[in-house]
Design a protein around this ligand. Sequence first.
Ligand code: RB5
Length: 145
Amino acid sequence: MIALGSDQGGFGLKQEVIKHLQEKGLEYKDYGSYDEKSCDYPVYAKKVANAIVSGECDKGILICGTGIGISIAANKVKGIRAALCHDVFSAQATREHNDANILAMGARVIGPGHALKIVDTFLETEFSNEERHVRRVGMIENDLT
Ligand code: RB5
């Protein structure tokens, strides 16, 4: 199950992502916002982050105007590794190396065609499980620096 969240700036792109996931037959849950009225992105970042740490959803996609605020907010939740990606290479690398569990994007930064390729890459790429990456993700999770 994929958790989706946005503020008003990301609402339109989130609708494109929803259509795309539906076409692919992938299950998702939309945690809002549900229209283009001004709202506070940390609220939706927290809802999606909590859905992942609780185990209700496996991965999340968060979208605001830039992707920055919503990823900063999501990363405050322990167990969340939210990666702001505006290119396919980063989406692949953050799954392989960081085991990122949330993809963040900015609707005012990239167009929907590119965003959907990034979504597909993020969802289809597995964590590499190589020892050095497992160790580093563990260091993030356990604050071992
Ligand atoms: C909202 O205007 C905008 O600040 C928000 O979507 C996001 O870009 C914040 O980082």
